[in-house]
Design a protein around this ligand. Structure first.
Ligand code: AMP
Ligand code: MN
Ligand code: MN
Ligand code: MN
Length: 274
């Protein structure tokens, strides 16, 4: 059972890589990809834990990108995290996250919420800083009642704290992944709320750059959506990936290994390396 999209506390998840691997094993996952946002620092610990647990761990990453003004996530699977281009990419994304955090802090301050950058930094600790850390601060300082509300009011698409201009284009992220020997995958295509036509254009730009796969399954989803995405993947000649997008243990719709199998008409992305 493959789960090829997961997060640890190295980005915005809450489990240590080692605990993530143990939980994956418990959940019946046999091949796990750790795909933290814009970082590879958790991979060594995950691979060591995999040896102890007797499951396979693939090195992965989830890159933040900007395409036609829309924030898009591109997953890299089976990458070499030590590759100089990957190391440079991760360094650049880290700087972008720092710059973005400063901008988000300034924008929130102007909107009447001072101290958010410091608050988010405290939440992030050693992790790469992201919007969820701002969201946690907004919840804990009583500005909003939930993480969801924090995104809805301040951090989600089009809101004051949604700063995206720092991210690379999709082709650039695909090139980083290819340089590091990996397979590039369009993450959770349904989350972008694009029309089918627009998604088709994104896929065209992605495949032209060398991208080869798309997530046909992302956590819990309706059979209707699965059929649609399988059809789109096949139409564009893309391999299909599947993953939970696991972040925290109390969300059954994003639990490790807790999703349906790829439809039989799909070509599984792991055919590319096994
Ligand atoms: P960032 O990578 O810093 O741009 O933050 C994006 C992350 O925020 C996503 O990967 C999700 O984990 C999280 N996220 C997005 N929308 C929501 C939401 N409505 N509620 C809670 N977390 C969210
Ligand atoms: Mn996330
Ligand atoms: Mn994502
Ligand atoms: Mn993710």
């Amino acid at each position: 059972m493959h789960d090829l999209h997961t997060h640890s506390l190295c980005s915005d998840g809450i489990l240590r890589p080692q605990a993530l691997v143990s939980r994956a094993k418990m959940q019946g996952v046999t091949v796990l990809a750790l795909t933290d946002h814009d970082t590879v620092v958790g991979l060594e610990e995950a691979r060591e834990a995999a040896q102890v647990e007797g499951i396979q761990v693939l090195s992965g990453i989830e890159f933040s990108c900007l395409w036609n003004g829309i924030g898009i996530h591109i997953v890299g699977l089976n990458i070499d995290p030590e590759h100089p281009e990957m190391q440079a990419a991760v360094a650049r994304q880290g700087e972008s996250r720092e710059n973005r955090a400063i901008q988000i802090g300034e924008k929130l301050a102007k909107a009447g919420i001072p101290g958010a950058l410091e608050g988010a930094r405290a939440k992030a600790g050693d992790a790469v800083i992201g919007r969820p850390h701002f969201a946690q601060y907004l919840v804990e300082s009583g500005r909003v009642s939930s993480m969801n509300a924090a995104f809805k009011k301040y951090l989600g698409a089009g809101k004051v704290g949604d700063v995206k201009q720092v991210w690379p284009s999709v082709p650039v992220a695909v090139e980083w992944i290819l340089a590091a020997g990996g397979v590039a995958v369009i993450a959770h295509p349904d989350k972008y709320k694009m029309t089918r036509t627009k998604l088709g254009r994104l896929i065209d730009d992605f495949t032209e750059a060398g991208g080869q796969a798309m997530e046909v399954i992302s956590g819990y989803q309706t059979p209707d959506l699965t059929r649609n995405l399988a059809q789109i993947a096949n139409k564009h000649g893309l391999y299909a990936s599947c993953g939970s997008d696991f972040h925290v243990p109390d969300q059954p719709w994003q639990e490790l290994g807790n999703f349906s199998a790829l439809p039989p008409e799909c070509r599984p992305v792991w055919e590319l390396w096994s």
